[in-house]
Design a protein around this ligand. Structure first.
Ligand code: HEC
Length: 168
């Protein structure tokens, strides 16, 4: 049977069922397990690793020791497992491992994400607090209670390179 689909370019997109928000959020919940392995890599106690993470905010990644193989692998896995539910674009683990650590002032000012210039703080907020779709269709859930602050910065680093290999 042939079905004609008429779309109106100026109107809102038809609402379509999105992935179940609770299921997406549950997949992103790495909490305790991540802190144990992260603390191990950083040579910290789990408590110290948590305190380190609490001190990380939207203003920038942790000073010293940001971006290593563990975070690169974690970012690529989170992208696949969680973000790919809605955002297209697969990236191999190898390409994440090839991303170099950022220069010292990275995270300040603007970067390019999905082809647009945005401040890093805005991108942090989008991942932490979620994004309401302008037309009320599928919205992006808030991840701040699921992902650690460092994981959010890891995703930002990963995304920036996935969008366009940055010239730094
Ligand atoms: C349930 C669907 C969904 C999931 C899952 C999702 N997003 Fe989104 N995301 C959206 C929507 C919808 C937008 C808004 C798109 C637009 O503005 O056109 C968006 C926008 C964004 C933006 C752009 C924000 C801006 O201000 O420009 C970033 C960055 C982003 N998402 C990152 C992520 C990351 C990282 C993950 C995984 C942790 C993720 N998203 C998971 C639906 C989702």
């Amino acid at each position: 049977m042939l079905v004609a689909i008429v779309s109106c370019a100026s109107g809102p997109p038809p609402s379509r069922p999105g992935p179940d928000a609770a299921a997406v959020e549950a997949k992103a919940d790495f909490g305790e397990e991540w802190f144990v392995s992260r603390a191990n890599t950083l040579g910290l106690t789990v408590e110290a690793a948590k305190a380190r993470d609490r001190a990380i905010s939207r203003t920038g990644p942790p000073a010293g020791g940001f971006w290593d193989d563990q975070l690169a692998l974690q970012s690529a896995s989170l992208w696949r497992l969680v973000c790919n539910e809605c955002h297209p674009g697969r990236r191999g683990i190898g390409s994440a491992l090839a991303i170099p650590p950022p220069p010292p002032s990275w995270g300040e000012g603007q970067g390019r994400f999905f082809g647009r210039s945005r401040t890093y703080g805005e991108i942090y907020d989008a991942i932490a607090r979620g994004v309401s779709h302008p037309h009320g269709a599928v919205s992006m859930p808030a991840f701040e209670n699921k992902l650690t602050h460092e994981q959010i910065w890891g995703l930002i680093r990963f995304l920036e390179h996935a969008s366009a290999p940055a010239a730094e």
